[in-house]
Ligand binder design. Structure first.
Ligand code: PGA
Length: 254
């Protein structure tokens, strides 16, 4: 582990795992990786399993994260969950602006921006997701799409940028088995860091930029050993303890 930024592997369980399954998965990860201190390991179960996963990983180094939240602190927002509610359950992290939220729930950069501000106010570390579609990449506008997402989602956060994580998740690589090559991913991560420099100056050097999109045990090391790739946001491979822990091991070897 040579990078000064702490390598971080976050498991995004999406809408998977009943409470008992979540408890089993979290306990298995804890058994294998509970004392790991060189990689920050974050488990992001669905809301319904936050409590049981939090309990299962207590007294370990594993961290808890949520997959979404509302930007308001409380009020008449049926079906929503606030940052303080997540803190109540001992969440440290929250994923914001995942492409599935942007696509299916119409989250805009402005919405993500409000959520990121609310998360930071509640002492939650936001993992802000950005990434282009295949059409956008093929049209040669991947960088401008990602730049627009970053500038909109992180507007006004320059002073606290070191408390923000970014996940670069090319939409064409999510759940498709098609991973960005390490070189393609590194090029975008480097570009993202330059955009972050425009937002937060030297704080950009401390921002952990995670790669997401079909990260698996056999491609994780090649990705994470790139200079600007500081870990991964893992979907499918996070649903099984053995695969997820292998990705953590790959990260430890980088
Ligand atoms: P995937 O998902 O690893 O299954 O591609 C990643 C994500 O959507 O965060």
């Amino acid at each position: 582990m040579s990078k000064f930024r702490k390598c971080t592997i976050a498991g995004n369980w999406k809408m998977n795992k009943a409470v008992n399954e979540a408890e089993d998965l979290a306990s298995s990860v804890k058994r294998e990786m509970g004392e790991c201190s060189d990689v920050e390991i974050v488990l992001c179960p669905p809301f319904t399993a936050l409590k049981v996963v939090g309990d299962a990983i207590s007294e370990s180094r594993l961290k808890l994260g949520a997959q979404n939240m509302h930007s308001e602190p409380d009020g008449a927002y049926t079906g929503e969950i606030s940052a303080n509610m997540l803190r109540d359950l001992f969440c440290h992290y929250v994923i914001l602006g995942h492409s599935e939220r942007r696509t299916y729930f119409h989250e805009t950069d402005d919405v993500v921006n409000r959520k990121a501000k609310a998360a930071l106010k509640a002492n939650l570390l936001p993992i802000v997701c950005v990434g282009e579609t295949l059409t956008e990449r093929d049209a040669g506008c991947a960088e401008s799409v990602v730049r627009t997402q970053l500038q909109g989602s992180l507007d006004g956060l320059g002073d606290v940028l070191d408390k923000v994580l970014v996940a670069y998740e090319p939409v064409w690589a999510i759940g498709t088995g098609r991973t960005a090559t390490p070189e393609t991913a590194q090029a975008m991560h480097k570009y993202i860091r330059s955009v972050l420099g425009g937002i937060g100056g030297s704080k950009a050097d401390s921002v952990r930029i995670l790669y997401g999109g079909s990260m698996k045990p056999d491609n994780a090391a090649a990705l994470i050993s790139q200079p600007d790739i500081d870990g991964g946001l893992v979907g499918g491979a996070a649903l099984e303890a053995r695969q997820f822990c292998e990705i953590v091991r790959a990260a430890l070897s980088c």
